[in-house]
Design a protein around this ligand. Structure first.
Ligand SMILES: Cc1cc2nc3c(=O)[nH]c(=O)nc-3n(C[C@H](O)[C@H](O)[C@H](O)COP(=O)(O)O)c2cc1C
Length: 209
């Protein structure tokens, strides 16, 4: 059996196009893998704690080989519990709209909480970062209103969205990443046809998964 963690980064619920595209992919994947276990994290509803001073101190202690005690230990335990939910999955499905060239802030907050030394990555002073996650795959459903791979950049925006998500996942050890893009969602003559083209790509990706 395989475990999929579905992360929704748009707060637009039923109106979200990135989530609608991910839902198409997931439905097709479920047909192919009826025993798929799906854990859904909706970042608009499932609140992630602030990455506050105690959590920063706990992270720095782990990075420098110190022991966390008291409030710092409580903070590290909380980080570990949230990261463990991420680590438990072997497939990731991330539905992410572009916000101001990058990713929505709640997803960044989630990444800041879980992307920790000894949990998702290590650092070798000679060779640099190395990922601790093994044999995991990710699918990204990406939307943006004006930006698109075929739109002139920087006039219609710069992609710090897919590039950031890929760099983060790569650093954690997830290198097998597929993208399904519905871009642009607004500057398109026929939004329904553009969505349907992306949905077709989502279904054919699921058939190969
Ligand atoms: C706060 C905010 C910032 C946005 N920034 C951008 C942007 O930088 N570039 C862009 O092309 N679209 C931008 N958009 C438009 C969304 O990416 C677009 O509407 C997308 O389809 C929303 O996906 P969703 O339906 O999953 O929420 C922004 C939308 C919001 C709400």
């Amino acid at each position: 059996m395989s475990n999929l963690l579905y992360i929704k980064a748009s707060p637009r619920s039923a109106d979200s196009k990135s989530s609608a595209l991910a839902d198409v992919y997931l439905a097709a994947l479920r047909e192919r893998h009826p025993d798929l276990a799906v854990d859904t994290l909706d970042l608009a509803k499932d609140k992630i704690p602030d990455f506050d001073g105690d959590k920063v101190a706990a992270k720095m202690a782990v990075l420098t080989g110190q022991t966390n005690e008291g409030r710092q230990k409580t903070a590290w335990d909380e980080i570990t519990a949230i990261a463990d939910r991420f680590i438990a999955a072997d497939r990731y499905l991330l539905a992410v709209p572009m916000w101001n060239g990058g990713i929505p802030y709640r997803l960044k907050q989630y990444i800041d909480v879980i992307h920790q030394p000894g949990l998702l990555w290590g650092l070798d002073p000679q060779t640099g970062y190395f990922g601790l996650l093994k044999n995991k795959t990710a699918v990204l459903t990406l939307t943006s209103g004006a930006f698109g791979p075929s739109m002139p950049s920087p006039a219609f925006g710069v992609d710090h969205h897919s590039t950031y998500l890929r760099a983060w996942l790569n650093q954690a050890g997830v290198t097998e990443i597929d993208e399904i893009r519905f871009q642009p969602t607004l500057l398109t003559a026929d939004p329904e046809a553009s969505f349907e083209a992306a949905a077709t790509a989502a279904r054919s990706l699921a058939v190969r998964a």
